[in-house]
Design a protein. Sequence first.
Length: 265
Amino acid sequence: MAFLQCEFHSDVLGRACSMNVLVPQKAATQIGMVSSGETGRAEYPVLYLLHGLSDNHTIWMRRTSIERYAAAYGIVVVMPAGERGFYTDMAEGYRYWTMVSEELPQIVRNLFPVSAKREDTFAAGLSMGGYGALKLALRCPERFAGAVALSPVTDPRGWFIGGERPEMREELTRIFGSAERIVANGDDLFALADALLKSSKPKPRILQVCGTEDGLLRENHRFRDYMEKVHFPGYCYIEDAGTHNWEFWDHYIQDGLRFLFGTEK
């Protein structure tokens, strides 16, 4: 794999932005790497891999072996900077949703050999990034075929009205405005799933994973229970011993890749 550190300009945000990108590379003498052998393609499947609230675009490369894992599938992995914006067009601030859902895929297709086909486009992330990945899949199902959400934030409304994470309330108000605005602006995962089920749009495959000792387990259960109640097609939930940490995510991103791309090639 080739590892590229990319600085680009976002017209949506009005400033310079960063992303790290992995691209398959044919290398006969590289020791200790197993690649798919599918290099030199005009168009590769692409995975948008999103970071959590306290991290940035470098974290997946620093804390996991994502380069080694992705090499086995012959995919491009795009890891953009999303700041602390919850991949949302903020009530007071930047339009991170528009950037990551509309502008970024166009920039990536212009710069890298990735497919624009729905069946080749996926999202994944952890915590805040898991929320972003789920929102990409549920709000843009005509462009994203699947998503993997590791320890995701699934219900930020609860952080307003349920007393969860009270220390976050001021920041969340700047991001979402209010619990009511989350639903009205298309940022509520439950409402998005419900609307998608009632539509004729294609349904993305979704894998949700959470640890039994994770502080977000309760809201993960709420979303799991809802998705199972409505029999959302292609939905899968995994719960295992673990907490909100990189040991857990490094392990389960491997399961996520298998879920999205099948067995290693």
